[in-house]
Design a protein around this ligand. Structure first.
Ligand SMILES: [Fe+2]
Length: 217
């Protein structure tokens, strides 16, 4: 039987994934605990979730599917996300064209949905919170999310697909499902997919009303 609250299931699966990631060597414990606590503080809608009624973006329809993810919590989260996908407010990346050729391509090949966000973006998010932000992202194969930054401290969790990640001045590193990546305040970061699409979730645990800017050097 379908769950009456796919959003509550999705948040619970996110917390399970965070709890598991918390046990890995070198995990950013403090930030993970902030994300879990923020998600605990949400008031979930009761009864039937609202169906946003819009067609899924191509990127989501093509690449967000339950799949053969070996990591247990990541696979469970992927299943919950796929089950809730038609209820989430997906939108393309919102960066304005700045004359660089990568932005229109990025618009076409990336989608994100704010499950929880600051009231600043209440019209685009399912739930609002000043403590935590929770977004789900789908990035098509062979796509670069250009270097960007924000004051918000951010945790990413890889749900499915491996992708290259860049933090600050560090070299590109391949990241796999179940891994958590911390972006500290103002740290530049970028993600680049290869042959596989990337499904991930992003959690903000500070400055949840901060803008995001593309950084060109
Ligand atoms: Fe970010």
């Amino acid at each position: 039987m379908a769950s009456p609250s796919p959003l509550a299931d999705l948040v619970a699966a996110t917390q399970d994934a965070l709890q598991a990631a918390r046990l890995t060597f070198g995990a950013p414990i403090e930030e993970i605990d902030s994300a879990i606590a923020g998600l605990n503080g949400l008031t979930m809608p009761t009864g039937e979730a609202t169906d946003h009624g819009e067609a899924l973006p191509d990127t989501v329809a093509r690449y967000l599917k339950p799949g053969d993810v070996k990591h247990i919590e990541a696979r469970a989260l992927l299943e919950r996300l796929a089950a809730a996908a038609d209820r989430l407010p997906w939108s393309p990346a919102f960066y304005p064209e700045d004359g660089h050729a990568d932005i229109p391509l990025f618009w076409k090949n990336y989608a994100f949905a704010m499950a929880v966000s600051h009231s600043r973006w209440a019209d685009q998010a399912m739930l609002t919170s000043s403590e935590v932000g929770l977004s789900f992202t789908v990035q098509a194969p062979h796509t670069v999310y250009p270097e960007h930054a924000h004051t918000a401290v951010e945790l990413y969790y890889v749900i499915s697909g491996k992708a290259h990640w860049k933090r600050g001045t560090e070299p590109w590193v391949m990241r796999y499902p179940g891994e958590i990546i911390l972006h500290t305040t103002g740290m530049r970061h970028a993600m680049m997919t290869g042959d596989e699409p990337l499904v991930a979730c992003a959690m903000w645990v500070s400055h949840t009303d901060a803008p995001v800017v593309i950084v060109r050097s």
